[in-house]
Ligand binder design. Structure first.
Ligand SMILES: [Zn+2]
Ligand SMILES: [Zn+2]
Ligand SMILES: [Zn+2]
Length: 104
């Protein structure tokens, strides 16, 4: 169930009204635990992640989003869907920003 890269960080900001997308490759996958079993509740991303072109991107890999993302049954049951925006923020330059914020 664990992700292959240890340094992946989820956004976890307060979700807005924008539905997260998944690309063809990640379609049907839960953005929290990578499960393909029983997609249950539509994923909502925060306003920051929904800004501009980003809302059309896959929340998992940043690829071209083609279909809505869903939390799996297990993540809804354990309320992981309430943790906040599940978009991975280690894509691009945001990771360094987070790093410096923590060091201050
Ligand atoms: Zn899940
Ligand atoms: Zn976000
Ligand atoms: Zn993807």
């Amino acid at each position: 169930m664990s992700r292959h890269q240890a340094d992946l960080v989820l956004c976890l900001k307060q979700p807005g009204t924008t539905v997260g997308s998944l690309c063809e490759k990640c379609d049907g996958r839960c953005p929290v635990c990578d499960s393909y079993v029983r997609p249950t509740e539509q994923v909502r991303i925060c306003d920051e992640c929904a800004f501009g072109q980003d809302k059309h991107r896959c929340v998992i890999c940043g690829g071209k989003g083609v279909s809505p993302a869903y939390y799996c049954f297990e993540c809804v049951r354990t309320e992981k869907n309430r943790d906040g925006c599940p978009r991975i923020t280690t894509l691009g330059s945001t990771r360094m920003d987070h790093y410096y914020e923590k060091r201050k």
